[in-house]
Design a protein around this ligand. Structure first.
Ligand SMILES: Nc1nc2c(ncn2[C@@H]2O[C@H](COP(=O)(O)OP(=O)(O)OP(=O)(O)O)[C@@H](O)[C@H]2O)c(=O)[nH]1
Ligand SMILES: [Mg+2]
Length: 415
């Protein structure tokens, strides 16, 4: 197996010195040498050298870092797929039957021209990206120009730089050289890699007579009640198979909370139970035993309010017979630090999945991406607006990544 390494520096000898430090005594072959930028008054020159080293087939990875290994595996898988399915035009066998000379020549000239334009566009993007992140100039200059645009977009999404750097360097290592010529191909590859990194729980059919009891927990105002109402409508009326749905709320103290949910329950003609104390939880569940799906709302509370979170836990512990699926509802416009903090303090409740809300209110889904990736808690649903019941989607990694890299779009238009 051939492993590719890319090094950039002000001059070719300098790039080779860097290479020696990394590759050591292996016997590399020079795959390409490019002058990316000429020296100007304000900027140093930039050269890129791509080297390949023959590796034994089953090369064991020694990194201890889980994150790195997981990304690496996905990158290698994709590399295999793309090698087989996505070879660029110039590597295809040439046609043997010449028709007339001129259309072929014209076509070749046109496609050569298109490639030149694509390369030029990449150079322009590189310059734009350098202006965008002056402080990170060194870092940007150390990656090839075709990668600069996707680097900037991902960085702006709020993804952690640790994840981003690992993904970029693994993409560089694993991507077939022929595919690395244009930023559009790089972007497609990168997209596929990110999609593989997002864990998602597929919405499954309910097998009768099995019941599903799902509880929604999370900080205040993230959209727990609205999401519950959307799901109630989805299961009771929207899916091809109509389920019997019951609603329960433990949020009985706050003014207006019960009324908010009763309004939705009435509108959808669904039964509702209000429960004040853990001791009454089991009997409320049993009065909804005729339902296939029971959705339980809870009062939102700060992740630092251990007492309130502890109270929700008492409800869960009061019921031994039924297994309750706990969904942590999180607003996508939260900072990564806050998401981590919320998760840490809510985890004693035994979180099964994450529901990301307010995708329509953020341009930085990268923090949610990094959060889900780090914790390996699957996304189950995505809430994309205030409309009940329509603004809810079963989680899909393609859609999530396309919102993260290309901006939010309500309709699912998967690249
Ligand atoms: N833009 C947008 N607004 C949302 C979304 N989901 C919920 N909201 C709005 O967020 C506000 C709070 O929603 P609720 O469902 O009451 O939130 P909650 O988590 O139940 O709040 P508490 O019970 O007070 O903790 C409402 O105005 C909702 O319409 C979403 O996906 N996008
Ligand atoms: Mg609520």
């Amino acid at each position: 197996m051939k492993k590719l390494y890319t090094f950039s520096a002000e001059s070719v000898p300098e790039a080779l010195i860097k290479a020696k430090a990394v590759i050591g005594e292996s016997d590399p072959v020079i795959e390409s040498i490019k002058e990316i930028r000429k020296k100007t008054l304000s900027q140093s020159a930039l050269c890129e050298v791509v080297l390949s080293v023959e590796m034994p087939d089953e090369e064991p990875r020694e990194e201890e870092d889980d994150v790195y290994i997981a990304i690496s595996k996905a990158a290698q898988e994709i590399s295999e797929i793309t090698k087989a399915a996505n070879l660029p035009e110039r590597t295809l066998p040439k046609t043997k039957t010449p028709v007339t000379a001129s259309p072929i020549k014209e076509h070749a000239e046109l496609s050569a021209l298109q490639k030149e334009i694509a390369k030029l566009t990449d150079r322009v993007k590189l310059i734009q990206n350098m202006v965008w992140e002056r402080t990170n100039e060194k870092k940007i200059a150390s990656i090839p120009p075709e990668f600069a645009e996707i680097y900037r977009v991902s960085r702006q999404s709020g993804m952690t730089s640790e994840h981003l750097d690992s993904i970029i360097s693994l993409t560089l290592e694993n991507m077939p050289l022929a595919m690395r010529q244009e930023s559009a191909t790089v972007r497609r590859y990168f997209n596929t890699l990110l999609r593989k990194m997002i864990p998602v729980r597929i919405e499954s059919r309910l097998e009768h007579p099995k019941k599903r009891v799902q509880m929604f927990v999370g900080p205040t105002g993230v959209g727990k009640t609205t999401t519950l109402a959307k799901l109630a409508a989805r299961f009771a009326h929207k899916l091809a198979e109509h389920y019997k749905v019951g609603i329960m709320t433990l949020d009985t103290y706050r003014i207006g909370a019960v009324e908010q949910l009763t309004f939705y329950a009435k509108m959808m003609r669904i039964g509702i139970e209000t429960v004040r104390d853990p001791i009454d939880f089991s009997s409320a569940l049993s009065s909804l035993r005729h339902c296939d799906i029971v959705l339980i709302d809870t009062a939102g509370c700060s992740q630092h309010d251990k007492e309130k979170i502890g109270r929700i836990r008492q409800f869960l512990e009061a019921e031994k017979e039924t297994s309750v699926d706990v969904a942590l509802v999180l607003a996508s416009n939260s900072k990564l630090e806050d998401l981590r903090d919320i998760y840490k303090n809510y985890s004693p409740l035994g979180i099964d999945t994450v529901i990301a809300t307010k995708l329509d209110e953020t341009a930085s889904l990268g923090s949610m991406f990094s959060f889900v990736y780090e914790n390996k808690k699957p996304l189950s649903y995505l809430s994309i607006g205030q409309e009940v019941p329509d603004d809810l989607l079963p989680a899909e990694s393609d859609y999530f990544i396309s919102c993260m890299l290309d901006g939010f779009r309500k309709e699912r238009e998967i690249a």
